[in-house]
Ligand binder design. Structure first.
Ligand SMILES: Nc1ncnc2c1ncn2[C@@H]1O[C@H](COP(=O)(O)OP(=O)(O)O)[C@@H](O)[C@H]1O
Ligand SMILES: [Mg+2]
Length: 205
């Protein structure tokens, strides 16, 4: 499966989700490739590799730009740049499914509408993953309720809460599973992987 992570906003958790979801699949024994499509190379840096190639995570490789071939991999994740650019269009064309990581804030709803207008193949849309969720703010719960009302089961049940361990892991060049496999962020990304699997199975029927 080729899964793209798309949002035209930056800093919403695309790279963090791409890295840790890819690592969750690799840990489950799947040959996995993470394609770093952002010229800033944050996905590669997050995994401690500059030029692409194997990572510290068994079964997980990284490449810079679009992969030349995906034959050797069971799963390929495309970490997109924060723009509705030709590169993002290309990723949308190449992928089997795409995910939208979304931070539950008011402006995000508007951005989401633009994003969905940009998409030519809405049937490939796997759903919205709520990221950097600040459970202490009442407004967060209100926005999540609105999103669930509007988009129903497109919104994943798993909500990726704010967890400083996730940003620490990035600065150590590790996935959350190497850095601290018992922290809440690791548990949430492991749970997200299960939910992605489940959604893909349902859609495949
Ligand atoms: N759930 C989270 N909790 C705490 N920090 C997070 C979380 N998700 C992402 N971050 C941090 O927020 C910043 C932006 O995340 P990133 O994944 O790079 O976003 P994007 O790829 O959309 O620009 C990074 O510093 C990252 O470490
Ligand atoms: Mg990024």
């Amino acid at each position: 499966m080729i899964l793209a992570l798309i949002n035209n906003k930056g800093g919403v958790g695309k790279t963090t989700t791409a890295v840790n979801l890819a690592a969750a699949y690799a840990r489950a024994g799947c040959k996995t490739l993470l394609a770093d499509l952002d010229s800033q190379g944050s996905a590669s840096l997050h995994l401690g590799v500059r030029e692409g190639g194997p990572t510290q995570v068994p079964n997980l490789d990284v490449c810079l730009g679009f992969p030349e071939n995906t034959r050797d991999y069971q799963h390929v994740f495309l970490d997109c740049p924060p723009a509705l650019s030709p590169l993002t269009s290309q990723a949308l064309e190449l992928c089997d499914r795409f995910l939208v990581p979304l931070q539950p804030q008011y402006l995000a709803m508007e951005g989401l509408a633009n994003l969905l207008r940009f998409v030519e193949n809405p049937s490939r849309w796997l759903g919205i993953v709520l990221t950097m969720v600040d459970g202490r703010a009442r407004v967060t719960h209100e926005i999540i309720a609105l999103l669930r009302q509007r988009f129903g089961d497109k919104v994943f049940q798993t909500e990726i809460k704010n967890n400083v361990r996730l940003s620490e892991a990035a600065s150590f060049g590790q996935s959350i599973f190497e850095y601290d496999s018992r922290c809440p962020g690791a548990k949430l990304y492991a749970q997200l992987k299960e939910e992605v699997d489940q959604k893909c199975r349902v859609l495949a029927v």
